[in-house]
Design a protein around this ligand. Structure first.
Ligand SMILES: [Zn+2]
Length: 705
């Protein structure tokens, strides 16, 4: 799972102090130590190589490896044994979690004057050898309910609340009907939830060619985009409620943990949900009668869409799911720090895939193995990281971030005390354009690491290429001398439990390109070899950037966390939210003054701590640095409010969470912002108060330095 939105924006330089370094300087290191660090980093970056990255990917993508299957187990063993062969002490970690597979292929029939059976399988593409593998599952959604429903069908566009408002205006009621919605604009679990809330008894989700098919370019196997007989699998868990095992919210799915009854799990839908390819969608949509589509409903199929709802065009949908507690396997590898063993830099990438998962997620797994390869070599040459590095290969991410969430829930107390940062990779390579999301305190670190890794195609630094690409694609920013923009973290990958449940500073990175085969059988080794990364040099670059980031966090004297960027970013979010609050006449009830005062105080303290950090690094004042580092680590934790977000207590971070309806995308200042959207002034007031409290806690932690 992973958002496929590519963010290529620029922002102007914020008003933070500009630091100048000598050529070998690295933020956080004294000049002598920086030189040594640079040598180690260069030695590390020389290890990952395209040939072995390619071989890892080939091995990982031979069979479909859905979470909990024996093929998935085989990939866990492969990852463990490869890491062991590099000299690292990798081990498997098991959890028992609630998962579904389709017992039989779903039945789909269009009923007009006759009954027409429709396919729920993807076609074999002769040039892609793995596409004929008999173990490829038919199209299905993770956590769909089982059911057998027959009803008139209604086209509900993206399946989000404004779409149902439009249908209502057109006089169409979805109660007791089956809705067909297109992928895009939000996470599919949101579409299932909104359909269920409106009384639909079944939900079909299709890939419209406008989104990732022929409207974007040549389709597979001629090009990288989705062919007509391809659909998008994926989970319809209510991820915005809580991720992880549905039966053990907030607790690890291990022996001894009491489990909910499945019918009591609030993050599961009660209706059958089914993905289909766009050739099948064409058959259905072309038959629909009723009003012609409202504005914004038309997609890329070659006829005017109608919304349907008439009794003479019905659909039968039968899903038959095999639900069970199943074993999943994370692979956890620890490289102990030699001075600060109880400070953890955690790296993670998931390994399970809906089918072969060449891009999503095994490009990241291949990068992790090459990173492990590099760290193994350094250890042999005498490198000792100051802090502990933990590499995690997560299982069952696709169903709902399960392997990472269960591990984070099991290790919660230790992580709260020890975790320095969590660095995620998911669909790491689908092209050549670098992109990143992270908490603002790590923006400078990401930029500095990408300045030291070469872009394989252009020979420029990754940073330079990233910034140039953003400029070219945003001509309105041409005169802007800004830094490459780093997006906020929403959800849809494994950083969620670390950042949004525990308050561990997190990052996510990828190299992006034209990628139309997401969650299909064609996200294969063949696709990667022909379109995504022929030559596998970007797999190497991913390992280099990720490893450089990890080494800096693990080895540095003074952690390169910059909270002045955090304060500026929150202020930007707040100003934006207040604009909307004013338009909606909600501003009067809000204590804008307290928020601005809290932000001023936060920014001032952040600047002061940064000055102290630079001085302590210069003076190699270890006692002072320890104190500063502890405060910088714990400051992020203070954004956690143990009461949790409104109506979904698992999410505890006051700045970053996925919105209820935005799905993958972040809705910063979440509860406050949602209340403004809902025009609820009491909730907005309370939401803002909690944010102010959180900012004050962060400031207090910084003041301890
Ligand atoms: Zn993924």
């Amino acid at each position: 799972m992973k958002t496929i939105l590519i963010l290529i924006l620029l922002v102007s330089i914020t008003s933070t102090p500009t630091l100048t370094f000598a050529q070998t300087a690295i933020d956080g290191f004294s000049p002598e130590r920086a030189a040594a660090e640079r040598r180690w980093e260069e030695q590390f970056r020389a290890v990952p190589n395209p040939k072995s990255a390619r071989e890892h990917l080939r091995r990982l993508t031979i069979e479909p490896h859905i979470a909990g299957t024996k093929e998935d187990y085989a990939t866990a063993v492969y990852v463990r044994d490869q890491l062991r062969s590099y000299g690292l002490n990798a081990d498997l970690k098991e959890y028992q979690v609630w998962l579904n597979y389709p017992k039989t292929p779903s039945v789909l029939e269009l009923i007009t004057s006759r009954r027409q059976p429709l396919s729920t399988r993807e076609a074999v593409v002769p040039s892609d050898p793995t596409s004929s593998n008999p173990k490829i599952t038919p199209l299905f959604n993770g956590y769909s309910a089982s059911g057998d429903v027959t009803a008139p069908i209604i086209y509900a566009n993206y399946g989000l609340p404004p779409d149902y408002d439009e249908l209502k205006k057109a006089g169409v009621d979805v109660k007791g009907k089956i809705v067909i919605v297109r992928y895009g604009n939000s996470f599919r679990g949101v579409k299932a939830k909104v359909a269920e809330d409106h009384g639909a008894i079944g939900c079909i989700i299709y890939s419209d060619p406008e989104d990732d098919g022929y409207m974007q370019g040549d389709v597979f196997p001629k090009g990288p985009w989705r062919p007509v007989a391809s659909g998008q699998r994926g989970s319809v868990q209510f991820l915005f409620d809580y991720p992880g095992d549905p039966l053990t919210p907030g607790k690890p799915a291990i022996a001894g943990t009491p489990r909910l009854k499945p019918e009591d799990a609030t993050d599961l839908t009660k209706i059958p949900v089914q993905p289909i390819a766009y050739d099948v969608a064409k058959t259905i949509l072309s038959q629909l009668k009723g009003p012609v589509r409202p504005r914004g409903f038309q997609g890329g199929l070659p006829f005017a869409y109608h919304v349907g709802g008439t009794n003479d065009v019905k659909l039968r949908l039968k899903t038959d799911m095999d639900y069970k507690l199943r074993t999943i396997w994370d692979v956890v590898t620890r490289i102990d720090g030699n001075e600060e063993k109880d400070r953890w830099v955690v790296l993670g990438n998931h390994r399970d895939a809906w089918v072969f998962g060449a891009v999503d997620p095994n490009s990241g797994t291949s990068a992790m193995l090459e990173l492990g390869h590099g760290f193994g070599e350094l250890l042999k040459q005498g490198w000792k990281p100051r802090r502990t590095i933990i590499l995690c290969s997560w299982d069952a991410e696709e169903y709902g971030l399960i392997g990472s969430t269960e591990w984070a829930e099991e290790m919660a107390d230790e992580l709260k005390e020890k975790a320095v940062a969590y660095l995620n990779l998911d669909a790491a390579v689908s092209g050549t354009q670098f992109g990143a999301s992270s908490v603002p305190s790590l923006w400078k670190l990401i930029r500095s690491a990408t300045r030291d890794v070469k872009d394989p195609k252009t020979g420029k630094s990754i940073y330079q290429q990233w910034q140039d690409h953003a400029r070219e694609n945003r001509p309105e920013d041409e005169q802007n001398t800004g830094e490459a923009r780093i997006a906020p973290l929403g959800s849809g990958s494994d950083y969620t439990p670390f950042l949004q449940h525990l308050g561990v500073a997190s990052t996510d990175m990828s190299f992006n390109g034209d990628y139309g085969v997401y969650h299909s059988a064609y996200d294969s080794f063949y696709w990667m070899d022909h379109f995504g990364d022929p030559g596998f040099k970007y797999h190497v670059a991913a390992a280099q950037v990720w490893g450089t980031l990890a080494m800096r966090l693990a080895d540095t004297d003074g952690l390169p966390f910059d909270y002045t960027d955090y304060a500026a970013q929150i202020r930007e979010f707040f100003n934006e939210a207040m604009k909307l609050a004013r338009i909606r006449n909600l501003a009067d009830s809000l204590d804008e003054k307290s928020m601005n005062a809290a932000l001023d105080d936060f920014a001032k303290e952040a600047e002061r701590v940064e000055k102290h950090r630079q001085e302590a690094i210069r003076d190699s004042d270890r006692a002072k640095l320890t104190k500063i580092n502890n405060a910088l680590i714990q400051a992020e934790r203070q954004f956690i409010d143990e009461r949790g977000l409104r109506g979904r207590a698992w999410y505890k971070h006051q700045i970053y969470a996925p919105g209820f309806y935005t799905g993958y995308a972040a809705q910063p200042l979440t509860d406050f912002r949602q209340a403004i959207d809902d025009r609820n002034s009491a909730n907005a007031k309370e939401g803002l108060e909690r944010i102010v409290e959180a900012i004050k806690r962060v400031t207090k932690t910084l003041k301890s330095v």
